[in-house]
Unconditional design. Structure first.
Ligand SMILES: [Zn+2]
Length: 207
């Protein structure tokens, strides 16, 4: 179930069907598959359970990617943030409807999770993305202190349908002087003074 919602929603594959031992609800088809795998043995049972849980949350991210695309909100990308087996944030790409080039699915899901949890620290969370995060989203995931990323489509898949993630990763791998976007430093004491004030701020909240 989602945080802030008390009832089930059948459109969410994660929250319809039965509940497994970890408290995460799984679809009955997945459950049958899991029961078959339970007979195999030790490590494989644990791996199979993790895979099944991951798959269920990833399918929700993929569902969001399709809904966002079909509604015209943005590109075909969706993401879900999960903590302790519960969805705490969801997002789809909203670049087009918001006129916001940063409104990627992962950023939207992180913002949603921050709002719902009233916390900027998403330690202990997993993010499920329908596609491999771009450099901006990857950095956002690090800033959010998310523990783990699970994704479906690759950067190469995204490049095939016209998205620039691969090129941006290449750009970031180059020395600063060789990148397409020129980056210049003007070291001003006024800027440094604000940093010094932050370092001395008594009610500072570190993040
Ligand atoms: Zn992104």
């Amino acid at each position: 179930m989602r945080v802030g919602e008390g009832s089930d929603d059948d459109s969410n594959p994660v929250i319809s069907g039965c509940i497994d031992h970890s408290g995460v609800r799984l679809r009955s088809k997945d459950r049958q598959k899991r029961e078959k795998l339970d007979t195999i043995g030790g490590m494989e049972i644990a791996d199979a359970k993790h895979l099944e849980v991951d798959r269920a949350f990833l399918l929700r991210a993929i569902e969001l990617s399709r809904l966002g695309m079909e509604s015209g909100e943005g590109g075909p990308f969706g993401a879900v943030v999960v903590r302790d087996g519960v969805v705490v944030g969801e997002g789809n790409n909203r670049v087009l409807c918001r006129c916001d080039p940063t409104a990627h699915a992962e950023v939207e899901a992180i913002r949603d999770a921050g709002r719902r949890l009233a916390d900027f620290d998403l330690s202990g969370c997993v993010i499920y993305a329908s596609s491999e995060p771009c450099p901006m989203c990857l950095a956002a995931i690090y800033w959010a202190r998310i523990d783990r990323i699970v994704y479906a489509n690759s950067i190469a898949d995204a490049a095939e349908i016209g998205f620039d993630d691969a090129e941006f990763y290449q750009q970031l791998g180059k020395p600063m002087s060789a990148r397409r976007v020129k980056q210049e430093r003007i070291a001003l004491p006024e800027a440094r003074a604000v940093f010094d004030a932050w370092a001395k701020k008594v009610d500072r909240v570190d993040y």
